[in-house]
Design a protein. Structure first.
Length: 191
């Protein structure tokens, strides 16, 4: 592949210093190390999106920015906290907003690998949230990566530089990134 694949990261929470967003940034850095270009749409951006309204009408600039970023992406990484056993409303609303791509030749997340990262204060919510996110990615015609990262945020996960304190977490995030980049590169070769 001559062109660097573009990997778009969607995720984080409204909370300043979001653990979920830090995890996503680590994964995007790992994707860059594998040769990708990356673009982050973090918690502040996603929480500023209006609640998706399916009735025909005006879409705002942020909604268009999200839809266009996904159209351009060769791969996507979604990072959500576990909120009451599933993904957060902010992340679900961003994914609902992809309805704007419904009539495209390649709608939603078609032909894209989608890496998954979950943070939660316990393993039970991490597991159920990962399953929920994968089901949504399937509904959006995406290809969830074989490996999904599940981080237990009950302890401090990142140091002051934003790096993982635990090598196992660093490995999880790098593995998600590697699988998304690898799929994008294989897809480019097959075209
Ligand atoms: C509304 C809400 C619901 C939550 N529900 C759960 C839950 O069901 N199980 C769990 O383990 N953690 C739960 N948590 C904790 C978050 O998943 C966890 O703190 C996450 O890492 C927060 O991400 P952040 O640092 O990016 O804000 C919840 C937090 C909030 C604010």
């Amino acid at each position: 592949m001559t062109k660097r694949p573009l990997i778009v990261g969607l995720g984080g929470t409204v909370r300043a210093g979001s653990t979920t967003e830090k995890a996503l940034i680590c994964a995007l850095k790992a994707a860059e190390a594998k040769g990708a270009e990356t673009h982050l749409l973090g918690g502040a951006f996603l929480s500023g999106l209006p609640i998706f309204d399916p009735r025909p009408g005006e879409t705002n600039a942020a909604q268009q920015e999200l839809a266009d970023a996904i159209r351009r992406a060769d791969g996507v990484i979604v990072a959500s906290p576990g909120y009451h056993g599933s993904i957060s409303g902010v992340i679900k609303n961003a994914l609902d907003t992809l309805e704007l791509t419904r009539t495209d030749a390649e709608p939603y997340l078609s032909h894209k690998a989608v890496g998954t990262i979950i943070t939660a204060d316990g393993w039970q919510a991490a597991g159920t949230t990962l399953m929920a996110l994968r089901a949504i990615i399937h509904a959006l015609r995406g290809w969830p990566t074989p490996f999904g990262a599940a981080l237990n945020a009950g302890v401090s996960l990142f140091d002051e530089a934003g790096d993982c304190r635990d090598q196992k977490d660093a490995w999880q995030l790098a593995t998600v990134a590697e699988q998304v980049v690898e799929f994008a590169q294989m897809k480019a070769l097959s075209r």
